[in-house]
Each structure stands twice: as structure tokens, then as C-alpha cells.
Design a protein around this ligand. Structure first.
Ligand code: DX5
Ligand code: ZN
Length: 237
């Protein structure tokens, strides 16, 4: 399955040096990043605060890469219009705590943006069953949301495989993205399990050797053979 073998990288600016944000995003763009991941936190859904639409508006001026907005907020509907106007291309909204998830997804689509649903580490893959057909991507959190530079949760790997199976059954074109603790060591594990898009914060913007070298290394780590991926996928089913 060739779509599985082409893995996209989404550097998360949460780990960037905010005094040099534009410069670092331009470097990631030139080094082959596929999209830029923007982590939005409200201090309520997660115990941390991060950034608002102004950051997206500024980044929109300096890169043509898709800007994906990961809304770790209690009421995502409140912020969709402002982020869309600022230049967000896609939204990742959480299954947890959203009693009207289908409505949120429809609002995102009505804005002409791509819609994704994110699930936390303790949330089972099966909750996606009734929403996957309405979304363009699914995000499996491989750490608890709220902070960068946390340790990858190993039990996420079989869960990613279960999400892959669900996607193949219900919506084969849906992207499977993973977020948290992704580096050159964990990347092959999640790709073998069926991930097609990898978010990486500290492994890209926090790498001492710089953004370009870090992205090159991460790309190399995801480059597992198509045959190997297919075999892994079959054994996971
Ligand atoms: C965590 C965020 C992640 C975070 C990943 O709440 O959703 O996108 O930036 O950071 P790393 O790659 O450092 O784990
Ligand atoms: Zn994120």
C-alpha cells in the first residue's frame, strides 16, 4: 500500500525558539517539512497556555506550507473562525470533552478547512468508529497533551495499528497522524504500525544540531520499505 509508505513530517512550533520563530519555520520549510503543526492550549483542557491566531497570521506571511492547528481547548468552536481567518488550513479537535463533535467537524468543513479528530492516550481507538468517515485525518496522541518533550508512551503502538485497521475498513483515504515523543527512534515504530503523518517538536526545533539536520534524520528514520510496511500491516490485522 504505497500511501502508507509516504510519511509526512509536521514539525510542532511548540518547541521552537519563539524569538526566532519565523527563521526556524522557514528553515523547516526548506528542509522538507510537509506542514507546520501549531499547538493551541487554553490552560483548561490542558494545564498549559500557548498561542493564539496571531501566531498563525504571522506564519501565514512567511510559508506556503499547510498550517495545521491542534486545538487543546475546552470549547474549540469558539476559536474556529479566528484561526481560519488567520490562515489555518486544518484543525485537529479532541474527541474528549466534546459533546457535539460531529457538529464541530461540520463547522470546520463549512469553513472550507480539513478536519481531524484527536484522541488521548487513554481513549480507545474504537471511539473513532462513528466519526472517522466524516474527517480527513485522525490524530493519535502518543503523550498526554499539554507539553512538549515528554516520553513516548509505548502502548500507543498497538493502538495505532488498531486505528489503522479501522481506517482501512471505514475510510482508507483518511490520514493517520501521531503526536508526542516522536524522534528517530520512535518514528519507525509508529510508521510500521500504520502512521502516515508524524508531528515532532523537540526532535526538530529542539535538536542541538539544528533544524535541517534533524529533519533529514527524521525523514531517513521514516523511510522503511514499502514491503516491510505491508507485512507489518497485515500482521497487525
Ligand atoms: C503536546 C503537543 C505536541 C508537542 C509534541 O501536547 O500536542 O504537538 O508539541 O512535542 P514533542 O515532539 O517534543 O513531544
Ligand atoms: Zn500537537
Amino acid at each position: 500500500m504505497s500511501s502508507i509508505a509516504h510519511v509526512k513530517l509536521a514539525p510542532s512550533i511548540l518547541a521552537a525558539d519563539f524569538a526566532r520563530l519565523g527563521e526556524q519555520v522557514v528553515e523547516a520549510d526548506k528542509a522538507g517539512a510537509d506542514r507546520i503543526h501549531v499547538d493551541v492550549m487554553d490552560g483548561a483542557f490542558v494545564p498549559n497556555l500557548s498561542m493564539g491566531p496571531m501566531v498563525v497570521e504571522s506564519l501565514r506571511q512567511i510559508t506556503h506550507l499547510p498550517l495545521e492547528t491542534h486545538l487543546m481547548v475546552s470549547d474549540p468552536d469558539l476559536f474556529l473562525d479566528d484561526f481560519a481567518a488567520a490562515g489555518s488550513d486544518s484543525f485537529l479537535v479532541h474527541w474528549e470533552g466534546n459533546h457535539n463533535l460531529h457538529r464541530t467537524v461540520q463547522r470546520i468543513k463549512a469553513l472550507g478547512k480539513r478536519a481531524g479528530v484527536a484522541i488521548n492516550p487513554a481513549t480507545p481507538a474504537a471511539v473513532l468508529e462513528e466519526i472517522v468517515q466524516d474527517v480527513d485525518l485522525v490524530l493519535v496522541m502518543t503523550v498526554n497533551p499539554g507539553f512538549g518533550h515528554q516520553q513516548f508512551i509505548g502502548t500507543s503502538v498497538p493502538k495505532i495499528a488498531r486505528v489503522r485497521e479501522l481506517i482501512q475498513r471505514l475510510k482508507p483515504g483518511c490520514e493517520l497522524e501521531v503526536d508526542g515523543g516522536i524522534d528517530a527512534t520512535t518514528a519507525p515504530l509508529v510508521v510500521r504500525a500504520g502512521a502516515t503523518v508524524l508531528v515532532a517538536g523537540s526532535a526538530v526545533f529542539g535538536a542541538p544540531e539544528g533544524v535541517t539536520t534533524a529533519l533529514t534524520r527524521l525523514h531517513a528514520a521514516t523511510n522503511i520499505s514499502e514491503t516491510e510496511t505491508e507485512l507489518a500491516e497485515q500482521s497487525a490485522l
